[in-house]
Design a protein around this ligand. Structure first.
Ligand code: IPM
Ligand code: MG
Length: 363
């Protein structure tokens, strides 16, 4: 039997309760896949600050480096708002992304039919959207040096090297080839030097992918177009900060930030899966929030890290089925619908996944 080692880092706030739902889904698949998901838990973010005084302890990093995949909940809590910036819980997340060299963050934005009314946009605008945001994850403002904060002055550096742009562009073009062969690269090349290099480099890489139709868009326009006519987009490629902002915006097309999974990949086999949303500390421990983004991150793990693409589709189908049956967490509920908690949504998806396994076994 194959064993897949997963480093599980629940983190803070709602992290532990949403991760638990994804783990239930993984465990439900073990028998059918004839494999063993070996789970090793470790702290990150505020949870790690409590136990070891740093947001990413050595032991957590070591476990993550040795694992076949990392599964993360969320980091951050108000109670750490006044701590020195280098020790903020968010640093744990940034450090692990950097240490594992996970430069490619994939955030699929898909509209589920039963949720069309959950979006703040008109149903006909969001119906059928299927966008993949490819966000560069280890460069730009998040990591650029120098950075400094003084009493009267502060600055960050938006730095990109050509190789950093090349490698993320390759990822995006390859993904576009597997989808509708359309790629829109988002930048601010009318103002920023880093964006000018970004655009030139993306154009150069495009020559190796003549079957992909490349377009460029300024980020301000892209953020407007995303809510004006989101269906024009398929793969969106962008740098770290723009990707952070645009992916939160894009999540609203699906109805809720709680619907957006993510996979962070690099050149090595390593990968990290986490929902695109934060730790929502005010909802922690209430069995209230939507676990779908975290569960769908498991689907991405099954597909990208372990090659179980069929099982990944079952998870997707089980989520779709639960939604079709009217199962809703509060964030995606329409008036009058029956609202369930985090773990009930998880159970529903598990039920759907097991049904897929049984159906398959009968064939
Ligand atoms: C995300 C989050 C993180 C980011 C935070 C928590 C540091 O917003 O994954 O989008 O900015 O990358
Ligand atoms: Mg974000």
């Amino acid at each position: 039997m194959v064993t897949h080692k997963i480093a599980v880092l629940p983190g803070d706030g709602i992290g532990p309760e949403i991760v638990e739902q994804g783990i239930k889904v993984l465990k439900a698949l073990e028998t059918h896949l004839n494999c063993n998901f070996e789970l090793e838990y470790a702290d990150i973010g505020g949870a790690a600050l409590e136990t070891s005084g740093v947001p990413l302890p050595e032991s957590t990093l070591k476990l993550s480096l040795e694992a076949d995949a990392v599964y993360l909940g969320a980091v951050g809590d108000y109670k750490w708002d006044t701590i020195e910036p280098e020790r903020r819980p968010e640093q744990g997340l940034l450090q692990i992304r950097k240490a594992l060299e996970l430069f490619a963050n994939l955030r699929p934005v898909k509209a589920y039919r039963p949720l069309l009314h959950a979006s703040t946009l008109k149903p006909e605008i969001v119906d059928g959207i299927d966008i993949l945001v490819v966000r560069e994850l280890t460069g730009g403002l998040y990591f650029g040096k120098p950075r400094q904060k003084e009493a009267e002055k502060a600055f960050d550096t938006m730095l990109y090297t050509k190789p950093e742009i090349e490698r993320i562009a390759h990822v995006a073009f390859k993904l576009a080839q597997k989808r509708s062969h359309k790629l829109c690269s988002v930048d601010k090349a009318n103002v920023l030097a880093s964006s000018q290099l970004w655009r030139e480099t993306v154009e150069m890489i495009a020559q190796g992918y003549p079957d992909v139709e490349l377009s460029h868009m300024y980020v301000d326009n892209a953020s407007m177009q995303l809510i004006r006519n989101p269906k024009q987009f398929d793969v969106l490629l962008t740098e770290n900060t723009f990707g952070d902002i645009l992916s939160d915006e894009a999540s609203m097309l699906t109805g809720s930030l709680g619907m957006l999974p993510s996979a962070s990949l690099g050149e090595h086999e390593r990968a990290l899966y986490e929902p695109s949303h934060g730790s929502a500390p005010k909802y922690a421990g209430q069995n209230k929030v939507n676990p779908i983004a975290t569960i769908m991150s498991v689907a991405m793990m099954l597909d990208y890290s372990f090659g179980y693409s069929e099982a990944a589709q079952w998870v997707d189908a089980a989520v779709a089925k639960a939604l079709e049956q009217g199962v809703r967490t509060y964030d995606i509920a329409e008036p009058g619908s029956q609202v369930v908690g985090t773990s009930q949504m998880g159970d529903k998806v598990v039920e759907g996944v097991l049904a897929c396994c049984e159906q398959q076994a009968r064939l």
